[in-house]
Design a protein. Structure first.
Ligand code: ATP
Ligand code: ATP
Ligand code: MG
Ligand code: MG
Lengths: 296, 503, 337, 337
């Protein structure tokens, strides 16, 4: 009988997490394990993810791979689950010491890299990392987004005193709302120089607004995650930089580590899968290209 | 068996006295300065034609409606009767003409509603069911106390309402047409109950169209006519002819404008038509003829005409339309043949109350006012205005909502829309309900003009003088069947009323 | 005489349909359980069944409260928003230093009071302002999420009080399971009992419960029987919001944080559970056990889909069609009457 | 005679209230515009006003469709889900190689047909199965999102056809603005006009429009006047879903991707716009211009809040209370009658 290693993501309806699943599926094939693809249906549905975790553990799997939606909230449930099964964390951390191994992009660090990338682009255009910048959040109440925003804001405050965060906007999960917010930012703050959109869907909207207003040159948009459309915008200069994690690898290595853990092998406690800033300049490099076009 | 003599002489003081009691609804003077005293422990009948004000009197006594003026004295003291609760507290209870109970609750729950039996702060359901069953059995009503009310017939529901009123320990109990929907056995059980209540000293007010019941049951009888009290008699000292004379004895004013139009070809014949609520009805309508359908409320006339109009298709018999047998299974089909129906309830069936007069008037004929699907707005306006003028609807404009019109004018809208539509056969179900005398005359004039155009008319009315004066052929309905047919004015009011009541 | 027999049998038919629906639901639940027990080795384990009870608990409580509003012929679209708002409120109270108000008991009491106030506000809108319940509670749903976000500025409040958060994972009592393991009854499920018993007594055994049905069935008849229609309407919306506030507290315990965006869409799950449990959206038909079964049917669909490794999107599709089918049976029953 | 006068003046009062509401709404919109023009330098610019028109366009079209369902006394909770589903469908068609079906015209036609089919399904549930519209469309809302996710497996479909996506950015015609710049009328707003004009003709100038009001006012009276109640109910739900499908296409154009989770919550915004625009949830009261103004009021709140850099959470609170107030006025008007 094949061992079962469920992978629990934050939001099964999101493209990003589907790439994690794709990696996990490949590992399932390569390693001959059974990989149920589980998760809540919205990143803000914390209770939903706890429920899924409980169900997964009840299925007596060999190990569980989970991307916790919220640092604090998933802590105790993971402690609980770890009593009966090894837990591999991916993507984000949780308030628990019970992880057997941890393959994360540090979201806070990701936010910092985003700030750096934006500052870099502004400097390249305007000569100095100075001016007004903004932030668009996908949804309120989502742990990883909060971490990204925190990193972004702290990095700005610490390293770029010349960059002023003049607008901190929260969308409602719809790309169109992001589009409207960005359009209005362009109107309200004509000298806006940089924007950070903290996930794929908001980036779809924000990049569209910048393209419509032909502001790609003036406003440096940095986003988390990517898809074909956004890669196109990166190429034509609408988007200054995309922060790419390696969801495919997280999925693949998550399952692999899970299998190893179930066999009692020793694993490194922390693996940083990294967050990489992809720009027009480096997008054709081998590593970045793979991140931009993950296997499906 | 109590005999009427028991109260003869009636030494006891009256329990309830009405002094110049007056009730107006906007447009209707429903009770006109009624002076009436009810004696303790008597069974007092109130009779009168439809719309005479009987139900209104009851509703004022049970504080469903506030009175307009006058005084009500209960056991010698004047009482305000401001809320239903107050009436109940005094011991005044009523079994209303329309059942006012909760259809989703059980019989027991309805009987105890508002006054539940409790044990330790909780409902004592078992006891309530048991007590309700005991009560029903005692009353001689064979009903299951645990059944959901909506599973009972209207008549059985009426019995539940009766049991409920009885349980509340009423001192004064009003029955508004309690036997209208009851079977013979049920009615007998009810009478036994009423007699027993009387023995216990309860005062009973009994409203009915069935005069034989009045003679069987009651001590005294009061007659209402057009909202006024026209007389109170001891039952022992009167007879049916007397009462009917009181009820219908009115000066026939010159309001019944009857155009005599030569009667032409047959338009519609129903042959033993049977459907929900009526059986074996055979009727013929010819050009230039008014066919009147008379009967008491619930006699099945509305059901009959709705079947002819396709609203509730007939289940048996035949309809022959201008010589051709036809099947009418939808309203549209009836309209296309050339039938128009003005329904009995303006509110529920006749009008879109919050929409404009113009829209309501044009509703059946929008197809005619349209080019393709688009309405020719000028023609729409012209058509509405013409009809408003022709039928003399008093309205601020064609856009004013129908709800802003008075009752009579609302009725003219209902009728007006079918005149606008035009048809070969017009069916008017209670066209003059709640309509004042002047408007009535106008409506009758409209009927005449239809006849002159070669149409035929079926007119349902519960108002005898009206059908009596207007109908060329008058059919009398009772309990879903056509029981008698008369030519124009060739029977007396008494005969017709007797046939409808079925004495 | 013939009359009596037909109507008696009609009454029986009505009750038989009711019974049928009730049994169908319980049957559906048991069949689902049986199928899952046969299909998976993991479903019928003490551990998973505890999970199931824990997972269904919050929606069950919401659904019970919602049922009160629906029985009067109304609806409460705000229950999810209230739960989210209260999770924020209780977390806010616990993490501030406000004396008694920041003790667990104090924070819980104040949070429940918030629920009561919201319920009163709804009833005010419905009774005094004459607004349709749909609109009144829709508006509060919007506004509450906004107010909650405004207070927290969109941030999450972490609850550090482990006595508070530990409760949601605790169990109380248990019994040996079929496989010899020990089945523990989760505290969250006890909370369902704690709500369901008084709710049952209120709805089924008290005078006010009667009146709730009565005004849902025929407002005029209830009024003429001396029922205080306004007061009973207030009762219905207060119970609904109170249950939602209670769920908000449980939610904060379970996820250890307070955030006004939580419990999004739960109003629809509560309505669905209630409706699946036989509550009629036309009013005057409903029970406490119905929404309870309904919510566990929905939970079983989710739990089972997870265990069967079914695509999670199927859950939405199944829920949607289940609602249509169950309400269709309800309208059939209503029409029969 | 006294009777006539009282009722006539009552009628006038009713109409005066109607007019008042209409003017109040337009006034509200203009006052908001004026205030924002004074408060910010950026609001009253040709560019921002173009943006405003573009931003309001999709909700406006949804609200117009929704109004058809509400006028008949129903409701359509699925419009957001339909828009999201269709955005996915049109993107899927465009990115596959299915001959005619993958041309822009083919994909749009099929997508609109999907809207029609969904509308027919709703009407079937409401008319033939007798389900409350609330439940029927709630169920579809659940199911559609699930089906969409199942088809795409959660991924977004990027639309590479620039002829398709470019449309949403294009403008057509314009006029000089107060500041001398050129005001361009966005294509998206033209789409509102493209929907509003036939919708206006249908609702206000065609006999079916009259029938929609008639069945919303009194179904029985309409039936007895020869109105085919079933057919008109079908019309209402088909128009609603058709508009939603149309919005789904515009959405796909605008954001360049297809994703069934988009347009979440738009049903409530559409209902709110419609209700703010004077549509009565009791049926039989509504217009095409009302929801149009209503949706631009909501859009102005959002746009203004963004320009004023106001906390976005205020938008929800304002929307909530605006709904209560406007519907309260509506019930007042209804009661007066
Ligand atoms: N709520 C009301 N509003 C306006 N008019 C009313 C109302 N109720 C009754 N009326 C009018 O008052 C008059 C008396 O009606 P009432 O119901 O008392 O007659 P009734 O004698 O009981 O007749 P029936 O034998 O048909 O029951 C009628 O003209 C009726 O139209
Ligand atoms: N709502 C109802 N529920 C059950 N039965 C009803 C209902 N309405 C009418 N009926 C039954 O249908 C029969 C015929 O009623 P119908 O209204 O046709 O009488 P009608 O002669 O038209 O009286 P009206 O003078 O009121 O017009 C009644 O005897 C009654 O038993
Ligand atoms: Mg009467
Ligand atoms: Mg009738």
């Amino acid at each position: 009988d094949k061992p079962t290693i469920p992978v629990i993501v934050k939001d099964t309806t999101s493209p990003y997490w589907q790439i994690v699943f794709a990696g996990a599926r490949q590992a399932a094939k390569d390693l001959n394990v059974n990989v149920p693809e589980l998760g809540a249906q919205s990143e803000s549905d914390i209770n939903g993810q706890i429920t899924v975790l409980e169900n997964a553990v009840a299925g007596k799997p060999a190990a569980v791979v989970i991307a916790p939606t919220q640092f604090k909230a998933l802590g105790a449930p993971i402690d609980e689950a770890a009593k009966s099964v090894p837990i591999i964390g991916i993507d984000s951390s949780a308030d628990s010491k019970a992880f057997t191994s941890f393959l994360t992009t540090d979201n806070e660090k990701g936010g910092r890299i985003a700030a750096d990338g934006m500052a870099e682009a502004i400097k390249a255009k305007y000569g100095k990392a100075e001016g007004k910048v903004a932030l668009i959040t996908h949804l309120p109440g989502v742990g990883s987004l909060e971490a990204r925003n925190k990193g972004y804001k702290e990095e700005l405050a610490e390293k770029y005193p010349g960059l002023q965060l003049v607008a901190d906007k929260v969308s409602d999960g719809n790309a169109t709302t992001g589009l409207n917010i960005m359009t209005d930012l362009i109107t309200a703050i004509p000298d806006l120089r940089g924007v950070f959109a903290d996930n794929l869907i908001q980036c779809e909207g924000a990049s569209q607004a910048i393209a419509e207003n032909k502001k790609g040159d003036a406003i440096k948009l940095v986003c988390f995650d990517a898809d074909d459309k956004l890669v196109g915008y990166l190429k034509d200069g609408t988007i200054a930089g995309l922060l790419l994690q390696d969801p495919y690898r997280m999925g693949y290595d998550g399952v692999k580590s899970g299998l190893a853990a179930s066999k009692g092998e020793k694993l490194p406690a922390n693996v940083d899968t990294g967050a990489n800033l992809v720009t027009k300049a480096n997008m054709d490099n081998d590593k970045e290209h793979k991140l931009l076009f993950p296997p499906k | 068996m109590t005999s009427p003599e028991a109260v003869a002489g009636s030494p006891r003081p009256p329990i309830l006295v009405l002094d110049k009691l007056d009730k107006r609804f906007s447009g209707t003077h429903a009770l006109k300065s009624v002076d009436l005293a009810f004696e303790e422990g008597e069974i007092h009948a109130i009779v009168g034609e439809n719309g005479a004000g009987k139900s209104t009197l009851i509703k004022v006594l049970t504080a469903v409606h506030p009175r307009t003026s006058g005084d009500i004295a209960w056991q010698g003291k004047s009482v305000p009767l401001a809320s239903p609760h107050e009436s109940i507290r005094l011991g005044i209870n009523a079994v209303h003409q329309e059942v006012v109970l909760c259809p989703h609750l059980t019989v027991a729950a309805n009987i105890f509603l508002g006054d539940e039996e409790m044990r330790a702060g909780l409902l004592d359901k078992r006891r309530m069911t048991r007590d309700a069953q005991k009560l029903l059995d005692e009353l001689g009503f064979t009903l299951p106390a645990g059944a959901v009310l909506s599973s009972l017939t209207i008549g059985q529901q009426q019995l539940v309402a009766t049991a409920r009123a009885e349980r509340r320990g009423a001192k004064f109990l009003i029955f508004d047409e309690p036997t209208a929907y009851l079977t013979r056995q049920e009615a007998a059980a009810l009478f036994k109950l009423i007699r027993r209540l009387k023995q216990r000293g309860v005062t009973i007010v009994y409203i009915s169209h069935r005069l034989e019941e009045v003679f069987e049951l009651c001590d005294r009888v009061s007659v209402l006519r057009d909202g006024a009290l026209v007389g109170t008699r001891k039952v022992a000292e009167t007879n049916e002819a007397d009462l009917i004379a009181l009820m219908i004895n009115r000066k026939i004013e010159q309001i019944y404008i009857k155009d005599t139009v030569p009667i032409g070809a047959t338009i519609l014949t129903t042959e033993a038509l049977t459907g929900p609520g009526f059986r074996d009805v055979s009727v013929t309508v010819r050009e230039g003829e008014i066919v009147g359908l008379y009967g008491l409320v619930g006699a099945g006339r509305s059901e009959f005409v709705q079947s002819v109009f396709g609203r509730r298709p007939a289940t048996g018999g035949r309809i022959v339309w201008r010589g051709e047998p036809v099947s009418i299974r939808s309203e549209r089909r009836a309209m296309d043949l050339g039938i128009a129906l003005s329904p009995e309830s303006r509110r529920d069936q006749g009008l879109c109350l919050n929409l404009g007069v113009g829209l309501n008037i044009n509703l059946p004929i929008f197809k005619r006012l349209s080019i393709g699907p688009l309405i020719n707005l000028t023609r729409e306006a012209v058509s509405a205005d013409k009809q408003i003028r022709d039928v003399q609807i008093k309205t601020a404009s064609r856009a004013a909502p129908v709800s802003s019109l008075s009752g009579g004018n609302q009725q003219k809208v209902v009728i007006g829309k079918w005149l606008n539509h035009g048809a070969k056969l017009f069916i008017f179900d209670e066209p003059t309900v709640g309509v004042d005398v002047g408007t009535k005359a106008e409506i009758y004039r409209l009927l005449g003009s239809l006849l002159r155009q070669g149409a035929g008319i079926i007119m349902i009315s519960s108002y005898l003088p009206e059908v009596y004066e207007l109908a060329d052929t008058l059919h009398v309905f009772r309990a879903g069947r056509l029981v008698a047919t008369h030519g124009h004015k060739d029977a007396t009011h008494e005969t017709i009323l007797t046939e409808a009541i079925g004495v | 005489m013939t009359d009596q027999t037909t109507t008696a049998s009609e009454g029986q038919r009505g009750r038989r349909l009711d019974l049928l629906l009730g049994l169908t639901l319980l049957g559906l639940l048991l069949v689902m359980w049986l199928a899952l027990s046969l299909e998976t080795t993991t479903f019928w384990t003490s551990n998973n069944m505890s999970n199931l009870l824990r997972q269904g608990a919050m929606i069950a409580i919401l659904a019970i409260g919602e049922t009160f509003a629906i029985i009067t012929g109304g609806i409460d679209l705000s229950v999810g928003a209230v739960a989210g708002f209260v999770s924020m409120a209780v977390a806010w109270l616990l993490t501030h230093d406000l004396g008694v108000a920041s003790t667990i008991a104090g924070a819980i009491t104040i949070s429940l009071a918030i629920g009561v106030v919201i319920g009163l506000f709804h009833a005010f809108g419905v009774v005094q302002m004459g607004l349709p319940p749909f609109i009144m509670t829709l508006a509060t749903m919007y506004a509450l999420r906004g107010i909650g976000l405004l207070i927290t500025n969109g941030a999450t409040i972490s609850i550090t009080n482990t006595a508070f958060t530990g409760f949601s994972r605790a169990s109380f009592l248990g019994f040996p399971w079929t496989d010899g393991t020990w089945f523990q009854i989760p505290m969250l499920f006890w909370m369902v009992i704690v709500v369901a018993i008084p709710a049952y007594i209120l709805l089924d055994q008290s005078r006010w419960g009667r009146y709730l049905f009565a005004i849902g069935s025929n407002k005029e008849a209830a009024r003429l029987s001396g029922v205080n229609v306004a007061a009973i309407t207030y009762l219905a919306y207060v119970v609904s919001s109170f249950c939602a506030a209670f769920v908000g507290i449980l939610l904060a315990m379970r996820i250890g944080i307070g955030n006004p965006t939580q419990a999004e869409g739960w109003e629809l799950q509560a309505i669905a559970s209630s409706v699946i449990g036989g509550t009629s959206l036309f009013g005057a038909v409903g029970s406490v056990h119905g929404p309870l079964i309904g919510s566990f049917i929905l939970t079983t669909i989710n739990n089972g889909a997870n265990l069967l490794n079914l695509n999670p999107f199927w859950q939405r599709i199944i829920t949607g069609f289940l609602i249509i089918i169950v309400v269709y049976f309800d309208t059939l029953r209503t029409r029969k009457r």
